[in-house]
Design a protein around this ligand. Structure first.
Ligand SMILES: Nc1ncnc2c1ncn2[C@@H]1O[C@H](COP(=O)(O)OP(=O)(O)O)[C@@H](O)[C@H]1O
Ligand SMILES: [Mg+2]
Length: 204
């Protein structure tokens, strides 16, 4: 049984809390704090499918199974950290400040392009893409990559896109367009964020 301590809390979304794993600083444990356990279970099933397909894990944390914790069932994942040690910040964090977006503009721009290609190449289906569920993992002071930590998988009642390459690509492209549109609206007051999106659309 893993003992989770409030000091080890990294982040919190609408349903789950994310803690540093008590036995390994390279892992995190997510426990459901509101709603049902279905979310961890559905995610675990989708991850198992990705592992079977042998996808590349550059922009998704690896899943290491479910474990019992003092706060209930926990899902264990790689903990995403920057090159210099701290837990990586979310894309929302970088886009919320014009100064931060400008400082990392080149790295963020390239990382956005690479994330879109990564999702298409590995046929990774997501639910709504949100900047608070994507971390910008700094590789050095100038470059980094985006890692999706939440909302992976297909929530369709009949998930046909899991079985068709063509439907999967179409779905991924649609989710990506919607993501860019949402970012443009949410960060309309940050010209550096809008410049990133304009560049990406220009590149097709
Ligand atoms: N693998 C991870 N590495 C580092 N931080 C993470 C990781 N997964 C989640 N987080 C942090 O914890 C927060 C909540 O996790 P998330 O899975 O999004 O929970 P929820 O399902 O409640 O939205 C994230 O927004 C992020 O800041
Ligand atoms: Mg989340």
């Amino acid at each position: 049984m893993l003992e989770l301590d409030t000091h080890a809390l990294i982040g919190k979304g609408l349903h789950r809390e994310c803690y540093v794993h008590p036995d390994d600083p390279a892992l995190c444990v997510k426990v459901v704090v509101s709603g049902s356990l279905d979310e961890n279970r559905r995610e675990a099933r989708y991850y198992a499918g990705l592992a079977r397909r042998g996808i590349c894990w550059d922009m998704l944390p690896r899943f290491h199974g479910l474990e019992q914790t003092t706060l209930g069932e926990g899902a264990v994942f790689d903990l995403i950290r920057d090159y210099d040690g701290p837990v990586s910040h979310t894309l929302a964090h970088y886009l919320a400040s014009r100064e931060l977006t400008e400082r990392h503009a080149a790295g963020l721009g390239r990382a956005l392009d690479e994330l879109e290609s990564y999702l298409l190449e590995n046929r990774i289906i997501t639910m709504t893409l949100k900047p608070k569920n994507i971390l910008f993992q700094q590789h050095n002071a100038a470059t980094g990559s985006l890692v999706i930590v939440d909302n992976i998988g297909n929530s369709d009642f009949i998930p046909l896109a899991n079985h068709s390459r063509w439907l999967a690509r179409r779905k991924i492209r649609r989710k990506w367009r919607r993501f860019e549109r949402d970012l443009g609206r949410a960060y309309r007051h940050n010209p550096a964020a809008l410049a990133l999106l304009a560049l990406d659309q220009g590149a097709g």
